[in-house]
Design a protein around this ligand. Structure first.
Ligand code: ZN
Length: 275
């Protein structure tokens, strides 16, 4: 299995070996997989009901560096699902609460907290800073900005969405799989900023996204590339669909014209099936 990240793998300390002992027993992962996670950096766009738990799972798993982007202050209505937020932080910046909670869990973790939501003006710089993106933003403007930056920079992106008791997730590998604009050429007109949600539902898609990120960063398993997993949690039906690139997708067309000879992404791509 080839490893496309040019940076040397860091060694683990005795404390890290003790902390991650149980997951290093996972077949195919081992100490080599743990060292790959330690080397890795991940951007999580929004750290609410989905992204907060993505960040928590990646911090617990020993990803070396997280970049977190989320504006605004903690509100009482965040607390049914945004597990990095606490009552004592209501009225204070979300990003501060998140960084504190993650450092309590994993003091070795490097964290860059950005008190902004992703937008076309900052997406590229944020994506450039990491190996992989997990998109957990609720609004299509943010999701399109992240998608376009990830495709342009050839960084893999785990794309999560949920509404009510339904969730869906796919993993985008630029140049190989459909991107978000292949799936949604325009923002759905019915999409709204506020939506019905249980924390347990947003947490399901978050944990799936964290598993996808770990797989992409370490090369284990078969990622959700060229497929979208749909989860109907009201009836407990899970199924995946094959998805295809759109020949007229403006994001994918620009990427293939601009970067045909640019360096590959920092993640494994050898286990990826084309759509
Ligand atoms: Zn596309």
């Amino acid at each position: 299995m080839s490893d496309l990240n040019p940076m040397p793998l860091p060694d683990l300390t005795d404390e890290e070996r003790a902390t991650y002992e149980w997951q290093m027993w996972v077949p195919g992962f081992g100490e080599l997989g743990q060292r790959k996670l330690k080397r890795a950096s991940v951007l999580v766009s929004r750290i609410g009901g989905v992204g907060g738990l993505v960040a928590y799972q990646l911090a617990a798993a020993g990803v070396g560096r997280l970049v977190l982007a989320h504006a605004g202050n903690v509100k009482p209505s965040d607390l049914n699902r945004q597990l990095l937020m606490t009552h004592d932080q209501v009225g204070k910046p979300r990003i501060d609460s998140a960084v504190r909670r993650l450092r309590e869990l994993n003091p070795r973790l490097q964290i860059r907290g950005v008190a902004e939501n992703v937008h076309p003006g900052n997406a590229r710089a944020l994506v450039e800073d990491v190996d992989l993106v997990v998109d957990c933003a609720p609004l299509f403007e943010e999701r399109f900005a992240m998608n376009d930056a990830a495709v342009q920079l050839r960084k893999p992106m785990v794309e999560c969405a949920m509404y009510d008791m339904e969730a869906q997730i796919t993993t985008i590998v630029p140049g190989q799989t459909p991107c978000l604009r292949c799936l949604h050429p325009e923002a759905p007109r019915t999409w709204t900023r506020q939506f019905p949600v249980f924390g347990a539902v947003s947490g399901v898609v978050a944990c799936l996204a964290a598993v996808e990120a770990i797989k992409m960063l370490t090369g284990i398993g078969q990622p959700l590339t060229g497929r979208i997993l749909k989860c109907d949690l009201r009836n407990m039906n899970f199924f995946s669909l094959q998805i295809s690139r759109r020949a007229d997708c403006p994001t994918c067309m620009v990427q293939s014209q601009e970067s045909s000879d640019s360096p590959p992404s920092n993640c494994h791509s050898d286990s990826i099936s084309d759509a």
